[in-house]
Design a protein. Structure first.
Length: 287
């Protein structure tokens, strides 16, 4: 094992693109340590040679880089494509622990392309069991606020690919990416309605799942989130009595009225009736 690979193996602050950063530091002359047989592994050495060829001017240089290693050429192009969704989907499938062959089929390429991409740009597979590290990688640098129009930004969309890929696996990821289930529509006219209902149901579930992870909590969303939680409690049961849910709803309504009064600038505060259930115990008994 090369020295740098050994150093990064148990580094809790390792970046997924550590090899890419190492190659850039060599090529751009920013590293005091140039390319080293002892320090660098075969992936770093291979990508450095490729990048030097690729960055030379002229079409012939790109052609030589392609001939040097077609798989690496495709991996490089995927990472640097202006459409970041390519990268996000690929990285989400890696986080879902799909095989190289399976991911390659999704991208209509060869497994070696996915292998190169992993090794240089997204080296995480050996840490998929380290949940906190993976979550930090998924969330790193992601702004989960909505854009000026209130719509979900591309950044949030790319985040959800990775999040549901890691926690939901390949099948859940398929739905999050496509917004629909398996490929294949109704086999007859009579099945169209049922198929459309299934599509609608899947789409709504998908959007709800995404919203649950990216909608922030503020004065405008808090009450709706709490109401949704109340509905879930009622539907699930889970040993929660209907009386408890009813008291919870009363409290929410009282809270809503007070917030609305404050937003309208009404003088004087309406009494906020907080049920004893929120003062310490389910049976309403207080000390």
């Amino acid at each position: 094992m090369a020295l740098l690979e050994e150093l990064e193996k148990f580094n809790p602050l390792k970046r997924p693109d550590w090899r890419y950063r190492r190659v850039l530091s060599i090529v751009q002359g920013k590293s005091s340590r140039g390319s080293s047989r002892v320090f660098d592994d075969k992936w770093i050495k291979g990508y450095r040679r490729f990048l030097v060829m690729y960055n030379r001017s002229g079409k012939q240089s790109r052609l030589r880089a392609f001939r040097y290693d077609p798989a690496l050429y495709y991996a490089h192009r995927l990472f640097h494509d202006p459409d970041r969704e390519w990268r996000s989907i690929l990285e989400a499938r890696i986080l879902a622990n799909e095989t190289l062959e399976s991911i390659a089929r999704c991208f209509h390429t060869i497994p070696e392309t996915i292998d190169w991409y992993e090794k240089i740009f997204f080296d995480v597979r050996d840490r998929l069991g380290s949940r906190d590290w993976i979550i930090k990688v998924i969330r790193s640098g992601v702004d989960l606020t909505l854009d000026d129009t209130g719509d979900v930004s591309n950044e949030i969309k790319y985040f959800t690919y990775k999040f549901f890929g890691y926690f939901g696996g390949p099948w859940a990821l398929d739905v999050v990416i496509a917004g629909i289930g398996e490929v294949g529509g109704p086999s007859s006219y009579d099945e169209v309605n049922n198929w459309l209902q299934s599509v609608m149901s899947t789409g709504l579930l998908r959007k709800g799942a995404i919203a649950s992870q990216v909608v922030g909590v503020n004065n405008f969303t808090a009450l709706n989130l709490l109401r949704t939680y109340t509905t879930v409690l009622k539907d699930k049961g889970d040993g929660v009595s209907s009386e408890y849910v009813d008291i919870y709803r009363q409290h929410l309504e009282s809270l809503r009225e007070q917030i609305e009064y404050k937003k309208l600038g009404v003088k004087g505060e309406k009494e906020l009736k907080v049920s004893p259930i929120f003062n310490g115990s389910k049976d309403g008994q207080t000390d």
